[in-house]
Design a protein around this ligand. Structure first.
Ligand SMILES: [Zn+2]
Ligand SMILES: [Zn+2]
Ligand SMILES: [Zn+2]
Length: 487
């Protein structure tokens, strides 16, 4: 009997393991915490004595057994990189929580500022199958006459796909960011009116409105927003708003502002004039420091859970369907003129929409976005590029400048902390009399080499992923925001 052939991964791993530098390889991969597609770099980093220029520690990829340094990809989306999305979610949690309870440079006093958690939805584009219960817990009958279970795949899909306004739905998603932007302007106006101030300029002198928001897809494939809105003094979180700017004033101002917002699409060529607005369903929940109620911790956990998701939770695909070779145009420009794009058969679709393994409803949204994207009158909406996002092309999470810290600042703090720890290790190795007088500087130069692991490294990464998954299952967040009912 012959021994089974080794897979390329195992063969590569055995070769790595035979290298005296294997512990270094292992360490490098452990640091990535299971990142799916790390960035490969070559170069060096040297820590020098600032006064003498003497190199006290040098790392160069020339000395590394693999000849390169791997760093985590940093992708936000769980569908692309579970490991990096966890870091992103944790950073978002801290950022959102800092804006609600203070910390990371935001004063604790923000906890006493008026704060609400708001959900803004899309309007209806046709009846969809839904699951609801009445106050006694009895399942309600859907428009279709059936009583659905909460896991029924039909939920969120149109009761009558033939009459469902797909173009309206896609175009609404494409205008969702503009609606939000206009809402923030109208909210300022409304609060100025509630406080009996002459105009927004007068409001800005006494009060600032800070926001943090996250976009989420509903099952029906439409965006809705969860937002934290906080009232501050004119300089932001460090100052209290005027005493008459209460949570009630903020709450009362939101619904009229939402209802007043419209964004118009002037288009005679394709779909006709459309006026977009938010849906009737608005939820405004005041926040509290009482642990039984909606606290900053719960809201931050809830928001953090959503920032690592894209539209893929609706069952769509997580990358663009446009052909990368012709950028979705179906042709390429050559020195002799236009040539058909062979890669996509001149369709412009990198992955044919008809072959996408998605629910029929989602395919129809993608198809509609794709078709509308072909109209020159709608070119500014870039619908082909964003068809896989069901037309939405905004940012998934945004915050106003004064809300709290930034993701960049949190990353910098982590980087500085790592450098400081490395410097402390180097200083600790110096003789006592030198340590006090030594200032360290680090200089480095890196070049991009590529993406991903070698086959053997991938096996090591898979082992780390599995052990992290098991550990996570054991300690699953006691502090999750799951008790905030999803919409
Ligand atoms: Zn990653
Ligand atoms: Zn139904
Ligand atoms: Zn093409």
């Amino acid at each position: 009997m012959t021994a089974p052939a080794l897979t390329p991964g195992l063969r590569d791993l055995l070769a790595l393991a035979a290298d005296p530098g294997f512990p270094q390889v292992q360490q490098q991969i452990e640091r990535l915490q299971g990142c799916t597609q790390p960035v490969q770099l070559t170069g060096y980093s040297a820590t020098l004595n600032a006064d003498t220029g003497e190199a006290l520690h040098v790392f160069t990829t020339l000395d590394h057994p693999t000849g390169r340094l791997l760093i985590a990809c940093g992708n936000r989306r769980a569908s692309r990189c579970a490991a990096c999305s966890r870091t992103y979610a944790a950073d978002t949690f801290h950022l959102i929580k800092a804006g609600l309870t203070g910390g990371k440079g935001t004063p604790d006093a923000v906890e006493d500022h008026p704060r609400v958690f708001v959900t803004l939805t899309a309007p209806s584009f046709g009846a969809v199958h839904n699951y609801d219960k009445n106050s006694r817990g009895t399942r309600l009958t859907c428009t279709c006459g059936r009583r659905h279970t909460p896991d029924d795949p039909a939920l969120g899909t149109p009761v009558n796909p033939r009459t469902y306004d797909y173009a309206g739905a896609v175009l609404w998603n494409a205008h969702a960011s503009a609606l939000w932007a206009r809402f923030t302007t109208y909210l300022r106006r409304q609060i100025a009116a509630e406080l009996k101030l002459k105009n927004v300029a007068a409001l800005n002198k006494v009060l600032r409105i800070s926001f943090a928001k996250v976009a989420e897809y509903q099952k029906r494939g439409l965006i809705h927003y969860h937002a934290i809105i906080r009232l501050d003094g004119p300089e932001g979180g460090t100052e209290s708003p005027p005493a008459n700017a209460t949570t009630d004033v903020l709450t009362d101002a939101i619904a009229p502002a939402v209802k007043a917002v419209t964004v118009a699409l002037e288009d005679d060529a394709t779909v006709g004039r459309h006026v977009f607005r938010f849906g009737e369903q608005i939820r405004i929940r005041p926040m509290s420091t009482d642990s039984d109620k909606l606290t900053g911790h719960k809201v931050a956990a809830y928001v953090a859970k959503y920032v690592t998701k894209g539209a893929e939770d609706t069952g769509t695909v997580d990358r663009t369907v446009t052909c990368p070779h012709c950028k979705g145009r179906g042709f390429r420009t050559t020195p002799t003129g236009r040539a058909d794009c062979v890669a996509c058969d001149s369709t412009g679709e990198g992955f044919p929409v008809r072959h996408l393994v998605v629910q029929q409803h989602i395919r129809q949204i993608i198809r509609t976005a794709w078709d509308l994207g072909g109209s020159p009158a709608l070119a500014h909406l870039n619908l082909r590029k964003w068809a896989h996002m069901l037309g939405f092309r905004g940012h998934f999470s945004t915050k106003s400048r004064h809300y709290s810290t930034t993701l960049g600042a949190l990353r910098d703090t982590r980087r500085q902390w790592r450098t400081k720890a490395a410097h402390e290790r180097i200083l600790a190795a110096l003789p006592d009399h030198e340590r006090e007088h030594t200032t360290l500087v680090t200089e480095s130069a890196w070049q991009y080499l590529g993406l991903g692991y070698a086959p053997g490294e991938e096996l090591l990464a898979a082992i780390i992923r599995e052990s992290l998954r098991l550990a996570e299952g054991r300690t699953h967040e006691a502090s999750s925001g799951a008790d905030i009912a999803p919409c």
